[in-house]
Each structure stands twice: as C-alpha cells, then as structure tokens.
Design a binder for this molecule. Structure first.
Ligand code: ADP
Ligand code: MG
Length: 315
C-alpha cells in the first residue's frame, strides 16, 4: 500500500454564517493525481487554504506526510509546492529572479539552486522570457511563471488550484502535460478544477464537491459505474408523433425520454445496441432521421444525478 500523504478528517470552515467547508474528509496517497472537482463556490480554495494552514478553521484534523499540519510546520511546508488560483509573483523582479526568489526560500545552496531554477524554466518552457518582467507576459506565460515558482524546489506534494482558468488552449495543454510529468517524476499532486474534462484527463482519483461537502469520491470509473444513466442518445427526428414517442419509452433499458425542438433525447440504464434499436424503430415508423449522437456518462452525468444541476458553466 502506498503511503498516505494527506489526511483531512471532518474539516469545517465557516465564514460567519456561511459554512464554506462542511465536514470534509479526504485521504490522498503517495503517487496520486488527486482531483477536487466542483463548481465555483463549492469550497475548493477554502479547503486548500486550510490544508496549507494559511487559514484557520473551526473543526477537523489535518495531517500531511503523517504529521499534524500547523502554521509553524516548516519541515512539512518545505516539501509542498503551491500554485495558487491567483497568480502571485513580484512585478519588479524578472522571470528568472522570481523563480530564484521562491526557490531560495527552500534551497539555500547557490549551485543547487541555480540548477533547480534552470530546470523549472526548461520545464515550463520559459527559456525565451527569463529577462521579462511579469507585466510583459501573456496570461498563459504568467501562469507558467506562477507554476515555475511553485515547483522549482522539487516538492513531494504539489497543489494546483485552478491553474488553467483564463488560459489559452496551447498553454493549457502544456500545463496539463507538465503536471503529468511532475507526477511521473514522483510528486503527489492535488488538482482543483471546475472543468470535468481536465480532471478526466489527468486525475487518478477524485472527490466531487458541492456546497463544501464531498458528494462522491473514487476513481473516474468507479464514479461513472454508479450513475443510473449509462448512455444518452440524441436523434434529430422531424415530426415525431405521440404514438411513436410512447413506443420509444417501451424499448429495453430506456428510463427517460424527451422530445424538444425536433430533437429526441433518450436515456438508458444499460444495454448494448440501444442506438440500432432506436433507429430501427424510427425508420420502420417512417420518421425522417437527421443527426445521431450517443454519449457515454461523463463526470457531469455524475454531478447531475447527485445534485440535480449541471457542473459545466459556460465560460
Ligand atoms: P471554490 O474555490 O470552490 O470556488 P471557495 O472556497 O473560494 O470556492 O468559496 C467557498 C464559499 O466560501 C463561497 O460561497 C465563497 O463565496 C465563500 N468565501 C470564500 N472566501 C471567503 C471569504 N474570505 N469571506 C467570506 N466568504 C468567502
Ligand atoms: Mg477556488
């Protein structure tokens, strides 16, 4: 069994009346890329800030590397790298000087630090920008600088809080690939996001959050295997009459159907040949069929079934 890197037990954090984190428990093992997935305001950043002892909390226990986490636990903090949601760098320092500054908080030996800084620059692809001040950098490059500052000292645990928000697709892919590489090099990663696609792409295990609570956790396959809806089929079908619509509902495994704006949506609990059976039925009834699509469950399906609302927001 891999070692436990982070253990959070029944964490509660209130901002006055608002319970931002509500009896949250998590266990993260060495070598994982652990996702915290939840919509804006679900309590991800608050959880991270409590985990890092940057924020006091009302109840709960937090252990990192098997030891109690406290504001003064510097021996623990030196093995943690943090890439915060809001970019935090010094405007008056260059790219190189910023990375060197943050790395210098942990690595005092000059030669060792120079090597670490150069590796962080190469890793984030900032070679051509080392002399630039932050305000000359694009949003994506600034994010990469933020990451370089957080990881240069080679921490064992790295926390990324929404590192791809408002980042162009090219930088986004570079960031995600970089996280995988850091994990392959031995780091345990915590990754928060409200984008389910990213979490599906890189996380080995995750917790789904809503209103400060963990509403589901496990591997992506485990979470998906618990959803009722195993397939959603959509068919463009003009002039579908009530009788055929009712017959669709009688097909095997169908548990929900809707017909709206010329589009038929059918949800299934299982089954292998749902699309073929549905198209046969429609064709035999003489329905004109347009575009057809079949969707497997996503983490959005998981979220939708547990909360009744969409995880996706349109940004
Ligand atoms: P997330 O990171 O998932 O978007 P946050 O942890 O930032 O969520 O916020 C959780 C809840 O706590 C939200 O309702 C937010 O408005 C509230 N909140 C966050 N920070 C503060 C604060 N400093 N004071 C009061 N309320 C806050
Ligand atoms: Mg946040």
């Amino acid at each position: 069994m891999a070692e436990t890197v982070v253990k959070i037990d029944k964490l509660v954090k209130r901002y006055k009346e608002l319970v931002a984190v509500d009896h949250l428990s998590l266990e993260i093992k060495e070598g994982e890329v652990f996702g915290l997935l939840g919509p804006n305001g679900s309590g991800k950043t608050t959880t991270i800030n409590c985990l890092l002892s940057l924020l006091s909390y009302d109840k709960g226990d937090i252990q990192i590397f098997g030891r109690e986490m406290k504001p003064t636990a510097y021996d623990i903090k030196k093995d943690i790298g943090v890439v915060m949601q809001n970019v935090a760098v010094f405007e008056q320092l260059s790219v190189y000087e910023n990375i060197d500054y943050f790395c210098g908080l942990y690595i005092k030996d000059k030669a060792e630090r120079k090597k670490a800084v150069e590796e962080a620059i190469a890793f984030t692809g900032l070679e051509d920008f080392v002399k630039f001040k932050p305000k000359k950098l694009s949003g994506g490059l600034l994010r990469r600088l933020n990451i370089a500052c957080g990881i240069a000292h080679k921490p064992k645990l790295i926390i990324f809080d929404e590192p791809t928000v408002a980042v162009d697709p090219q930088s986004r892919n570079k960031i995600l690939e970089g996280i995988i590489d850091l994990n392959k090099a031995g780091a345990t990663v915590i990754y928060t996001s409200h984008y389910m696609e990213e979490v599906e792409q890189i996380c080995t295990r995750l917790a789904v959050m809503d209103k400060g609570r963990v509403i589901a956790s496990g591997t992506i396959d485990e979470l998906k295997s618990n959803v009722k809806c195993s397939e959603t089929v959509k068919v463009e079908a003009r002039a579908l009459d009530d009788e055929i619509f009712e017959k669709v509902g009688e097909l095997d495994h169908v548990f929900e159907k809707a017909y709206d704006n010329g589009e038929l949506t059918v949800k299934y609990t299982g089954g292998k040949h749902n699309v073929v059976r549905l198209l046969n039925l429609l064709q035999n009834a003489g329905v004109h069929i347009g575009r057809v699509s079949s969707e497997q469950p996503t983490l959005n399906t998981v979220f939708l079934e547990l909360t009744g609302k969409e995880l996706r927001d349109k940004d």
